[in-house]
Design a protein around this ligand. Structure first.
Ligand code: ADP
Length: 222
């Protein structure tokens, strides 16, 4: 089966003036459709850079990224932006909900932006994430765990091929972390949602099917 994400010898060097900072030193990985993958490793090992490159947000210095058979950095910027909007949902540590909108409108906004988005998906996603009774609240009226569940709903409501999560439990206490992780596990199982999650949290890594460990810009175990 063709992998959903494929990279070969992916490298990224940041340049700050005359200083070069190697962040990825040759990463070759494949992710299959339906997998729940956690990327772990010490701070500074390149996890966020990897996620940003795989998500089309940061251009690698060398190497290719194929997502669903498409060469992500062979496209124009406009093509890549459109491709990303259709194929990839993002969840961040800081939730990034719009503060003036209710939970419902935060999720619906994603549905309006994603043209061709299935309108019936809203009900199944909000039910699965246990947030139906939170939909009329604004972000500052909800707990961190509730806000993150709204952010997950927003990320998956248009059925992206991949959900990318950047430290999704980084701002949550252990109880809310476990709730959010269990929800991500359920989303992976019920919707066969491919998930790529970077994390420091051992409990977060424990819910994934596969753990990729990084150190100094390399994959050290998979
Ligand atoms: P992690 O997510 O594992 O903490 P990062 O991908 O954030 O690791 O960082 C990997 C390396 O790249 C670190 O040395 C970091 O300082 C450097 N780095 C990350 N982002 C930038 C950037 N925008 N500019 C320069 N250096 C960066």
């Amino acid at each position: 089966m063709e992998p959903l994400i494929a990279t070969h010898d992916l490298k990224k060097v940041y340049r700050i003036g005359k200083v070069s900072v190697p962040a990825l030193r040759g990463i070759s990985i494949n992710v299959q459709e339906g997998e729940f993958v956690a990327v772990v490793g010490p701070s500074g090992c390149g996890k966020s850079t990897l996620l940003h490159v795989l998500g089309g947000l940061t251009r690698p210095t060398s190497g290719k990224v194929l997502v669903d058979g498409n060469d992500l950095f062979g496209m124009s910027d406009a093509q890549r932006t459109r491709f990303r909007a259709h194929k990839i949902g993002f969840v961040f540590q800081r939730f990034n909900l719009l503060p003036t909108l209710t939970a419902r409108d935060n999720i619906l906004l994603a549905q309006q932006i994603g043209d061709g988005c299935n309108p019936h998906r809203f009900a199944s996603v909000t039910a699965m994430l246990g947030i139906v009774d939170k939909l009329r609240y604004r972000p500052n009226e909800m707990s961190g765990g509730e806000q993150q569940r709204i952010a997950i709903a927003r990320a998956i409501v248009c059925e992206p091929k991949i959900l990318m999560a950047d430290e999704p439990t980084g701002n949550l206490d252990s109880e809310n972390s476990q709730i959010v992780l269990n929800m991500m596990r359920a989303v992976n199982r019920e919707f066969r949602q491919t998930i790529l999650m970077i994390t420091h949290n051992p409990a977060a890594a424990a819910v994934a099917d596969r753990i990729i460990r990084m150190r100094d810009g390399h994959v050290v175990s998979d």
